[in-house]
Design a protein around this ligand. Structure first.
Ligand SMILES: Nc1ncnc2c1ncn2[C@@H]1O[C@H](COP(=O)(O)OP(=O)(O)OP(=O)(O)O)[C@@H](O)[C@H]1O
Length: 228
């Protein structure tokens, strides 16, 4: 066992079959991610970046291959155990925030804690601290529709961090933001990585944003490769 290794992806393949047609998106892909790393994955539209994140986060099943997180084969877990493992270990952030519109920012961030069984006072205290950490102390009582796009993504990160996951998987987290705001969100990810030791794997089309992360890989023809 390698204590520094958090994620080990081995010979991962994903083939979508639709009747007679077959689309091979990932083909025998390998990836090791160390605890506390910042990794950016770039690649053309349709190259399989979201597919890879979904497989790492056990939101989709591989056609072949394994994903170990903390030495646990996430695709071998039974559905209930898999859901619990995901909630405890992985935070997700998407291009569109997926915050619940009828709840305030504070309630959205507290939600994963309450679902996990944390008592309400503790959950709200922790949510408030996370909202402060992402620089939005005075926005806790606002609903998502009352926040800017950048603020919504900050709240989405705060929510993803609520259960102190070992890893955050971010799929085009700034795809909907202007460049200056996107850069600030990447700065926030780097700061949180330094402070909390959270591993970040982020997918982006933007090489400048990718360069903010410690390591960059390109997904092409089903494989990951170094960027030339
Ligand atoms: N459920 C599905 N059934 C069939 N094909 C699919 C399915 N989901 C994705 N695909 C195909 O798999 C390929 C990879 O899709 P994916 O969304 O992973 O790419 P991506 O690199 O994230 O793209 P983008 O940057 O445009 O979001 C695409 O060709 C897509 O059409």
């Amino acid at each position: 066992m390698n204590n520094d290794r958090l994620i080990e992806v081995t010979k991962l393949s994903r083939v979508y079959e639709d009747g007679a047609s077959k689309v091979t998106v990932l083909e025998s892909l390998n990836l090791s991610v160390e605890r506390g790393e910042q990794l950016a994955i770039v690649g053309a539209s349709g190259s399989g970046k979201s597919t890879l994140l979904h497989l790492i986060g056990a939101l989709d099943k591989p056609t072949e291959g394994t994903v170990l997180i903390n030495d646990k084969d996430v695709h071998k877990l039974k559905p209930k155990a898999q859901g619990e493992f995901r909630n405890m270990n992985i935070g997700f952030v998407y291009q569109f925030h997926h915050l619940l519109p009828e709840f305030t920012a504070l309630e959205n961030v507290a939600m994963p804690l309450i679902i996990r069984g944390t008592n309400r006072d503790q959950a709200y205290r922790k949510a408030a601290a996370l909202i402060e950490r992402v620089g939005l102390t005075d926005r806790g009582t606002h609903k998502p529709s009352e926040l800017s796009g950048g603020e919504r993504q900050r709240i989405a990160f705060a929510r993803a961090l609520a259960n102190e996951p070992v890893c955050v998987l971010a799929d085009e987290p700034t795809g909907n933001l202007d460049h200056a705001t996107a850069l600030k969100v990447y700065d926030l990810m780097c700061e949180i990585n330094q402070e909390m030791g959270t591993t970040f794997i982020t997918v982006t089309h933007d090489l400048e944003l990718a360069s903010k992360m410690q390591r960059q890989l390109k997904l092409e023809d089903g494989h990951l490769m170094a960027i030339e």
